[in-house]
Design a binder for this molecule. Structure first.
Ligand code: FMN
Length: 246
């Protein structure tokens, strides 16, 4: 095990995301401090994978994006979720929502503003809410004013992914509306583009704007392409982040 590294993140263990050495740099040894230490290249650059999910569909996409990120040597994901804004009595009244909430809050740390400042890139994922990200994610973005004012995120790399229930229920629009605040914050937006034949061949999710899923379609056997495009996207985001931020 290299010096200054240890496995300390239950999310990483749970995802089974392992580097060839089998370890990650710790969260508190983020790239911000490592750069200050002048040890560029000795540690991994992080991409924040920040997602919300009520029923697990966007979580599945987030995991696949993270898998794509670790395919790139020297890159690692930092998985986070926003603070919940829905009243607990509403969540507890829905069995599926309630169970996934318990899983999510146990396994995924809540995002802090420092997570944006400390990481080199961002993959932002959300289930659609009538064409927008969830209120919980929007609430977190609402708190980024101080980072925005001092230009702390300018020049970092970001991409978006989402899940909708229906094919024409704002699959692409949600990615566009999610991108707008990131553009204002100064992120360089990286799309999926037509970088993989899956974007052309899919009968479900998977758009040039970013990877997506359509959770309400019956033919789940065709859903593999959605996850494959998330891995392609995660890898592309990591490659570009590495080039720009190393
Ligand atoms: C309040 C609300 C609004 C939604 N609006 C839409 C919509 O406009 N179009 C759509 O296709 N799905 C919509 N959905 C469905 C979810 O976005 C979709 O089921 C998604 O796959 C859920 O992802 P998750 O399992 O990660 O929560 C909505 C769901 C909720 C609760």
């Amino acid at each position: 095990m290299p010096e200054n590294s240890r496995v300390n993140d239950p999310t990483d263990r749970q995802l089974g995301l392992r580097t060839p050495e089998g370890v990650y740099a710790t969260r508190d040894m983020g790239t911000f401090r490592l750069r200050q230490m002048g040890q560029k290249g000795a540690f991994r650059l992080e991409i924040l994978v920040l997602f919300d999910s009520k029923g697990g569909n966007t979580y599945a996409l987030a995991k696949a994006v993270a898998e794509g990120i670790v395919e790139v040597d020297g890159m690692q994901p930092r998985m986070r979720r926003p603070k919940e804004t829905t009243p607990m009595e509403v969540i507890r009244a829905d069995k599926t929502w309630s169970e996934f909430y318990d899983f999510k809050t146990a396994e995924i740390p809540e995002v802090k503003l420092d997570d944006l400042a400390e990481t080199e890139g961002l993959a932002l994922g959300s289930p659609t809410r009538f064409g927008n990200m969830t209120p919980a994610l929007g609430n977190f973005i609402e708190g980024t004013g101080a980072l925005w004012q001092r230009g702390a995120l300018v020049g970092k790399v970001a991409g978006v992914f989402c899940s909708t229930g229906t094919l024409h229920g704002a699959n692409e629009l949600t990615l566009i509306t999610m991108s707008i605040p990131l553009i204002h914050l100064g992120y360089i937006i990286v799309p999926l583009g037509y970088t993989d034949r899956g974007v052309t061949e899919t009968t479900r999710g998977g758009t040039p704007y970013g990877p997506t899923s359509v959770s309400g379609l019956p033919d789940e056997s065709a859903a593999d392409v959605e996850l494959r495009l998330c891995r392609v996207f995660g890898k592309r985001l990591a490659e570009i982040t590495k080039k720009l931020r190393s």
